[in-house]
Write a protein that binds this ligand. Structure first.
Ligand code: FES
Length: 107
């Protein structure tokens, strides 16, 4: 049973370290990334032109947009380089056993 306000988005056993995937939650589509065993969730749509960030490239805790190479920190959503002028929204994540849940936006 997911905690109130959280949506089950997948299983830790299906998301190896260094990998990411996309999932739908009520607030939109999110990118889920496993960075050294910790799981993070950010908005999947690049603020620059809407590319699916989950189809980009994850290196350590940085994800690169597949279209024009903006780079964001998946742990904080902060934009680091490239043409985007905005950060990505981050979401709360809860891991219980093998289940990954994504909750509300982090403020
Ligand atoms: S759509 Fe992501 S950098 Fe342009």
């Amino acid at each position: 049973m997911p905690p109130k306000g959280f949506t089950k988005v997948g299983s830790l056993s299906q998301l190896a370290e260094g990998e990411m995937m996309a999932a739908d939650i009520s607030g939109g589509r999110v990118l889920i990334a496993n960075v050294d065993g910790d799981v993070f969730a950010i908005a999947d749509a690049c603020p620059h032109a809407g590319a699916p960030m989950s189809e980009g490239y994850l290196t350590d805790n940085m994800v690169e947009c597949p279209w024009h190479a903006s780079v964001f920190n998946v742990m904080t959503g902060k934009h680091r380089e490239g043409p985007s002028r905005a950060d990505l929204t981050t979401y709360e994540v809860l891991v219980e056993g093998d289940d990954i849940f994504v909750g509300p936006e982090m403020l």
